[in-house]
Design a protein around this ligand. Structure first.
Ligand code: AMP
Length: 215
Protein backbone atom coordinates (compact mmCIF):
# COMPACT_ATOMS: atom_id res chain seq x y z
CA UNK A 1 0.00 0.00 0.00
CA UNK A 2 1.34 3.40 -0.91
CA UNK A 3 -1.23 5.37 0.99
CA UNK A 4 -1.06 7.79 3.83
CA UNK A 5 -4.32 7.40 5.72
CA UNK A 6 -5.13 10.47 7.76
CA UNK A 7 -7.67 10.06 10.53
CA UNK A 8 -9.10 13.45 11.32
CA UNK A 9 -11.63 14.40 13.98
CA UNK A 10 -12.10 16.13 17.30
CA UNK A 11 -10.27 15.00 20.41
CA UNK A 12 -12.15 12.00 21.79
CA UNK A 13 -13.63 10.99 18.43
CA UNK A 14 -11.77 7.66 18.58
CA UNK A 15 -9.04 8.24 16.00
CA UNK A 16 -6.47 6.55 18.23
CA UNK A 17 -8.63 3.47 18.76
CA UNK A 18 -9.23 3.02 15.04
CA UNK A 19 -5.59 3.65 14.13
CA UNK A 20 -4.47 1.09 16.70
CA UNK A 21 -6.87 -1.50 15.23
CA UNK A 22 -5.56 -0.85 11.72
CA UNK A 23 -2.06 -1.43 13.01
CA UNK A 24 -2.94 -4.60 14.92
CA UNK A 25 -5.13 -6.20 12.27
CA UNK A 26 -3.74 -4.89 9.03
CA UNK A 27 -0.14 -4.22 10.00
CA UNK A 28 -0.34 -0.61 8.89
CA UNK A 29 2.00 1.40 11.12
CA UNK A 30 0.19 3.88 13.35
CA UNK A 31 1.85 7.22 13.77
CA UNK A 32 0.32 9.24 16.58
CA UNK A 33 1.84 12.63 17.32
CA UNK A 34 -0.05 12.75 20.63
CA UNK A 35 1.53 9.43 21.70
CA UNK A 36 4.94 10.66 20.58
CA UNK A 37 4.59 13.80 22.67
CA UNK A 38 3.40 11.76 25.66
CA UNK A 39 6.48 9.56 25.33
CA UNK A 40 8.63 12.64 25.21
CA UNK A 41 7.12 13.78 28.50
CA UNK A 42 8.80 10.92 30.31
CA UNK A 43 12.15 12.62 29.67
CA UNK A 44 13.32 15.28 32.07
CA UNK A 45 14.60 17.90 29.62
CA UNK A 46 13.69 21.56 29.08
CA UNK A 47 11.99 20.70 25.76
CA UNK A 48 10.01 17.87 27.34
CA UNK A 49 8.84 20.18 30.13
CA UNK A 50 7.78 22.79 27.60
CA UNK A 51 5.79 20.23 25.61
CA UNK A 52 4.22 18.97 28.81
CA UNK A 53 2.98 22.45 29.71
CA UNK A 54 1.53 23.06 26.27
CA UNK A 55 -0.26 19.71 26.25
CA UNK A 56 -1.65 20.07 29.76
CA UNK A 57 -3.19 23.40 28.72
CA UNK A 58 -4.87 21.85 25.69
CA UNK A 59 -3.06 24.00 23.12
CA UNK A 60 -1.09 22.78 20.13
CA UNK A 61 2.63 22.11 20.11
CA UNK A 62 4.38 24.39 17.54
CA UNK A 63 4.14 23.22 13.93
CA UNK A 64 7.86 23.15 13.32
CA UNK A 65 8.59 20.73 16.12
CA UNK A 66 5.56 18.56 15.32
CA UNK A 67 6.35 18.27 11.63
CA UNK A 68 10.02 17.53 12.28
CA UNK A 69 8.97 14.68 14.51
CA UNK A 70 6.63 13.27 11.86
CA UNK A 71 9.38 13.55 9.25
CA UNK A 72 11.83 11.63 11.43
CA UNK A 73 9.29 8.92 12.13
CA UNK A 74 8.17 8.53 8.52
CA UNK A 75 11.79 8.30 7.38
CA UNK A 76 11.94 4.89 9.03
CA UNK A 77 11.76 1.83 6.84
CA UNK A 78 8.52 0.38 8.16
CA UNK A 79 6.52 3.22 6.59
CA UNK A 80 7.58 2.53 3.02
CA UNK A 81 4.30 0.80 2.14
CA UNK A 82 2.12 3.38 3.83
CA UNK A 83 0.99 4.38 7.29
CA UNK A 84 -1.88 5.80 9.34
CA UNK A 85 -1.60 9.27 10.82
CA UNK A 86 -3.66 9.82 13.92
CA UNK A 87 -3.68 13.42 15.11
CA UNK A 88 -1.62 14.92 12.29
CA UNK A 89 -2.05 17.26 10.42
CA UNK A 90 -3.94 19.63 12.71
CA UNK A 91 -3.07 23.02 11.16
CA UNK A 92 -2.67 24.43 7.65
CA UNK A 93 1.16 24.56 7.82
CA UNK A 94 1.09 20.88 8.81
CA UNK A 95 -1.17 20.14 5.84
CA UNK A 96 1.36 21.77 3.54
CA UNK A 97 4.21 19.85 5.14
CA UNK A 98 2.35 16.59 4.61
CA UNK A 99 1.66 17.38 0.95
CA UNK A 100 5.44 17.69 0.45
CA UNK A 101 6.15 14.54 2.41
CA UNK A 102 3.63 12.60 0.32
CA UNK A 103 5.09 13.93 -2.91
CA UNK A 104 8.67 13.08 -1.92
CA UNK A 105 7.76 9.53 -0.94
CA UNK A 106 5.36 9.01 -3.83
CA UNK A 107 2.30 8.36 -1.72
CA UNK A 108 -1.31 9.44 -1.94
CA UNK A 109 -3.22 10.97 0.93
CA UNK A 110 -6.63 9.64 1.94
CA UNK A 111 -8.50 11.35 4.71
CA UNK A 112 -11.18 9.80 6.90
CA UNK A 113 -13.14 12.08 9.18
CA UNK A 114 -14.36 10.43 12.36
CA UNK A 115 -17.43 12.43 13.27
CA UNK A 116 -18.91 12.53 16.78
CA UNK A 117 -21.41 15.07 18.21
CA UNK A 118 -19.83 17.66 20.51
CA UNK A 119 -21.79 16.79 23.68
CA UNK A 120 -20.65 13.20 23.47
CA UNK A 121 -17.01 14.24 23.08
CA UNK A 122 -17.08 16.00 26.43
CA UNK A 123 -18.24 12.85 28.26
CA UNK A 124 -15.78 10.66 26.43
CA UNK A 125 -12.81 12.87 27.26
CA UNK A 126 -13.52 13.88 30.85
CA UNK A 127 -14.59 10.31 31.69
CA UNK A 128 -11.56 8.64 30.15
CA UNK A 129 -9.18 6.67 32.42
CA UNK A 130 -6.34 4.30 31.62
CA UNK A 131 -4.34 1.61 33.36
CA UNK A 132 -0.74 2.77 33.76
CA UNK A 133 0.45 -0.86 33.61
CA UNK A 134 -1.24 -2.20 30.46
CA UNK A 135 -2.80 0.88 28.84
CA UNK A 136 -6.33 -0.58 28.96
CA UNK A 137 -8.88 2.19 28.43
CA UNK A 138 -11.95 2.79 30.58
CA UNK A 139 -14.62 5.45 30.82
CA UNK A 140 -16.26 6.22 34.16
CA UNK A 141 -19.57 6.90 32.37
CA UNK A 142 -19.75 4.31 29.62
CA UNK A 143 -17.18 1.63 30.50
CA UNK A 144 -16.39 1.74 34.21
CA UNK A 145 -13.98 -0.82 35.71
CA UNK A 146 -15.57 -3.57 37.83
CA UNK A 147 -13.76 -2.34 40.91
CA UNK A 148 -14.00 1.35 41.66
CA UNK A 149 -10.91 3.00 40.17
CA UNK A 150 -8.76 -0.09 39.52
CA UNK A 151 -7.88 -1.97 36.34
CA UNK A 152 -9.86 -5.19 35.67
CA UNK A 153 -6.71 -6.87 34.38
CA UNK A 154 -4.33 -5.49 37.04
CA UNK A 155 -6.34 -5.20 40.27
CA UNK A 156 -3.44 -3.43 42.04
CA UNK A 157 -3.16 -0.76 39.40
CA UNK A 158 -5.08 2.45 40.07
CA UNK A 159 -6.47 4.06 36.93
CA UNK A 160 -5.04 7.38 35.76
CA UNK A 161 -6.52 10.36 33.97
CA UNK A 162 -4.51 12.16 31.28
CA UNK A 163 -3.72 15.64 32.56
CA UNK A 164 -5.26 17.10 29.41
CA UNK A 165 -8.53 15.22 30.00
CA UNK A 166 -9.36 17.54 32.92
CA UNK A 167 -12.44 19.62 32.13
CA UNK A 168 -10.70 22.93 31.55
CA UNK A 169 -8.09 21.46 29.19
CA UNK A 170 -10.82 19.58 27.37
CA UNK A 171 -12.66 22.85 26.68
CA UNK A 172 -9.48 24.41 25.30
CA UNK A 173 -8.75 21.33 23.20
CA UNK A 174 -12.22 21.37 21.65
CA UNK A 175 -11.99 25.12 20.95
CA UNK A 176 -8.52 24.76 19.46
CA UNK A 177 -9.81 21.93 17.29
CA UNK A 178 -12.73 24.00 15.97
CA UNK A 179 -10.55 26.99 15.21
CA UNK A 180 -7.41 25.34 13.80
CA UNK A 181 -8.32 21.88 12.57
CA UNK A 182 -11.94 21.89 11.43
CA UNK A 183 -11.08 24.07 8.40
CA UNK A 184 -8.79 21.28 7.16
CA UNK A 185 -11.85 19.10 6.57
CA UNK A 186 -13.08 21.54 3.91
CA UNK A 187 -9.65 21.65 2.38
CA UNK A 188 -9.52 17.87 1.93
CA UNK A 189 -13.16 17.73 0.79
CA UNK A 190 -12.47 20.31 -1.91
CA UNK A 191 -9.56 18.29 -3.23
CA UNK A 192 -11.77 15.16 -3.28
CA UNK A 193 -9.83 13.20 -0.69
CA UNK A 194 -12.28 13.21 2.20
CA UNK A 195 -14.39 10.32 3.39
CA UNK A 196 -16.47 10.24 6.51
CA UNK A 197 -17.51 7.73 9.15
CA UNK A 198 -20.01 8.15 11.96
CA UNK A 199 -17.86 7.79 15.07
CA UNK A 200 -20.66 7.63 17.62
CA UNK A 201 -21.44 3.90 17.43
CA UNK A 202 -19.62 0.74 18.48
CA UNK A 203 -15.86 0.48 17.95
CA UNK A 204 -16.15 -2.67 15.82
CA UNK A 205 -18.87 -1.20 13.57
CA UNK A 206 -16.80 1.92 13.00
CA UNK A 207 -13.74 -0.20 12.29
CA UNK A 208 -15.65 -2.14 9.65
CA UNK A 209 -16.60 1.13 7.95
CA UNK A 210 -13.04 2.41 8.12
CA UNK A 211 -11.74 -0.82 6.61
CA UNK A 212 -14.27 -0.63 3.77
CA UNK A 213 -13.19 2.90 3.00
CA UNK A 214 -9.51 2.09 2.76
CA UNK A 215 -9.95 -1.01 0.61
P1 AMP B 1 -3.94 13.71 21.07
O1 AMP B 1 -3.51 12.55 21.88
O2 AMP B 1 -3.89 13.45 19.61
O3 AMP B 1 -5.27 14.29 21.51
O4 AMP B 1 -2.84 14.86 21.33
C1 AMP B 1 -2.60 15.35 22.62
C2 AMP B 1 -1.92 16.71 22.57
O5 AMP B 1 -0.66 16.60 21.89
C3 AMP B 1 -2.68 17.80 21.81
O6 AMP B 1 -3.68 18.41 22.59
C4 AMP B 1 -1.54 18.75 21.46
O7 AMP B 1 -1.11 19.50 22.59
C5 AMP B 1 -0.41 17.77 21.12
N1 AMP B 1 -0.45 17.41 19.68
C6 AMP B 1 -0.69 16.18 19.16
N2 AMP B 1 -0.66 16.21 17.81
C7 AMP B 1 -0.39 17.49 17.47
C8 AMP B 1 -0.26 18.18 16.23
N3 AMP B 1 -0.39 17.53 15.06
N4 AMP B 1 0.02 19.50 16.27
C9 AMP B 1 0.17 20.15 17.43
N5 AMP B 1 0.03 19.59 18.63
C10 AMP B 1 -0.25 18.26 18.67
Amino acid sequence: MDKIIVLIGAPGAGKGTQARLLQERRGIPQISTGDMFREMQTLDTPLAREVQEIMASGKYVPDELTSRMVKERTDRDDTKNGYVLDGYPRTLPQVEFLEELAKESNKTIEVIEVDVPKDELMRRLTGRRNCPVCGELYNIYSRPPANDNFCDLHPQSELKQRSDDKEESVRTRLETYERETEPLIDYYATSGRLKKVDGSGEVEDIYREVENLIN
